[in-house]
Design a binder for this molecule. Sequence first.
Ligand SMILES: [Zn+2]
Ligand SMILES: [Zn+2]
Length: 205
Amino acid sequence: MHQRIADAPNKTVKGWERFPRLCRYMIRTRYSHHVVHHRRTFKQDHVTQFQSESEREALDRELADRGHHGQIIQRSGYAVRLHGSGALVFIAPLLPAIPLTSFTLGLWGTLGSCVALALPPLFSHFIHPYLHMPHARAVREAPRATAWLLRRWYFRSMARNHYMHHRYVASNFNLVLGGDVLRRRYRPPAETDLREMQRLGLRID
Ligand SMILES: [Zn+2]
Ligand SMILES: [Zn+2]
């Protein structure tokens, strides 16, 4: 969903725009994630959301024209956390899985798959904002339990993977590690990428 909807190519969006009512939520999700999060913010680098106050104000003016959806985007910290209809894209895979697994895998299978399927929305909401900060700032500002997680290998690795997604938008979509390898969308960081991460304060160990 991140690849096909939230970061859909322009050509796909043109197709959706022919059916604006039907495709409303996909168009909105793509706008908030791809346009606002990838293009209109973090332009200077991966850890600087706005280069200046005037840049933020220009985006605020654009969002004001979009009415309620614009307000939702602002409340989500400019699409760094889950918000409104955008959350649906992350939660949607959970919904058919619950009846499906309860018929086929029983109670424990259902609970297990729900935990796994809940990770993408949980990470997107509670972890993603800190992936756009230098490591030292992230652990200083995060709540204690989140800061503890951010210091672990898994989340340091997730931060690097997410850097790669912003740098090369056609790869490294998943916050849950391994998903991109399974989908053959994993791009390992090159030496130059690692140097840039280090310069920005991400941990490369
Ligand atoms: Zn993306
Ligand atoms: Zn991001």
